[in-house]
Design a protein around this ligand. Sequence first.
Ligand SMILES: [Ca+2]
Length: 511
Amino acid sequence: MRTKGAVPLLATLFALAACGAPGPGSGAGAGVGADTTGAVDAAGSDAAGVTSADRPRNVVFILSDDHRYDFMGFMPGAPEWLETPALDRIAAGGAHVRNAFVTTSLCSPSRASILTGQYAHRHRIVDNTSPIPDGTRYFPEFLQKAGYSTAFIGKWHMGEVDDIPQPGFDHWVSFRGQGAYRDPVLNVDGVRRQEKGYTTDLLTDHALGWLRRHQQVEPGKPFFLYLSHKAVHAEFEPAGRHAGRYADKPIPYPETMSERANRDKPKWVREQRNSWHGVDYMYHGDMEFDGFYKAYAETLLALDESVGRVMDYLEEAGLEDDTLVIYMGDNGFLLGEHGLIDKRHAYEESMRVPMLAYAPGLVEPGSTIDSMVRNIDVAPTILDLAGAQTAIDMDGRSVLPLLRGEQVDWPLEMLYEYYWEHAFPHTPTVFALRDQDFKYIYYHGVWESDELYDLRNDPREKHNLIRDPDHAGRAQAMKSRMWDLLERTDGMSIPLKRAGSWQAADRKPEP
Ligand SMILES: [Ca+2]
């Protein structure tokens, strides 16, 4: 990564910061009664006429870190030189979930939402340093009860420092916090050891090793693999074989990167360009944008190779037709949009994530799914596929009918939430309600205007309509529905905790 004079402490703080703060949230499965979904009963799917023989039994869930939704080679918005052949392969052979979102754009809260099917305000892991509440349960436990072998390989991060095996997994490989891109110390089933190599490759080796062993020992038993990558989290470090690959490529700077393009944004957004997470003072001046951008793209290359290796194995082992593969990112990532970097905000580049599903016989090859799908929908979906019950009171709902291409009644709007972090004081607490046409954003605790965007006509969120009299009624109605949704899901208390010592509080000095 091209840092200028970065000190070791900086990397540590960066790791804390980058993933630790909840991102701008998008809300609950608003409106459609999905927000209070309780126990998932896969029998509901069977009632629709699908039997277990019609669907794959195994599930491979591959989670990436901070991979933004449009950085896939087949996407029109990707840099023209970006190569992701494995992700392109999944999209061509499966479904691209075009409107996939996280309800909180930050590492730990989003990962907790994936594992519990709950909003951050319900699982309470609201940022990257929140402890895991006693009694927290994760959906793989219920896969075990349904007869599955389960493995967790990679970044856990919740609770920040713990790498010890967690309930719900028969096999465990993880590391503390953000881990390291090279020569990581891994906790393998409770035993720590340092391994030599590039972490994305090593985690893939562990994943494939477990799959092979499983097929040798218990070939008839269904499996669930949760491969959770560190990549492409900052500070970016491409594999040696990929470093410099894009050095000579042009950067397609976003049109909203300039100060001029953000004149009707709230003042705190315009000021954030001069902060740790702003393009004019990145990491307090220790990072330059172009190197940052290219290192991000180069770090993605090994991640794509990992996906390709998993797909190759499934094909070689004859498991391709009996396995659902889901690829997803844990949150989005701004690369200059609105003068910002990183995540947390409720803007599209932050709350959108890449999501692909591959399952021959279940998912139509080359299809697209336009319904809004959220991170809290992952757990109900996988349990639904497995025919497993759960004791977790989930906010999400199964997207299995969407994967099958069925026309179903589906939530038309979603809630987003992000809770202010002491370490990154430049982004306030954010709530938002997003439907298929508009987004309303509310900021808590700052003297600022709200935001309203017409996503159909203004997908880059360039024109804040909050003061437009023609839209006053819509803004008020969305605000009201947002609060309704928070109320219905026990979201009316702001989590508060003792502040830490470090804070990315500097502003770029005045010239
Ligand atoms: Ca992340």
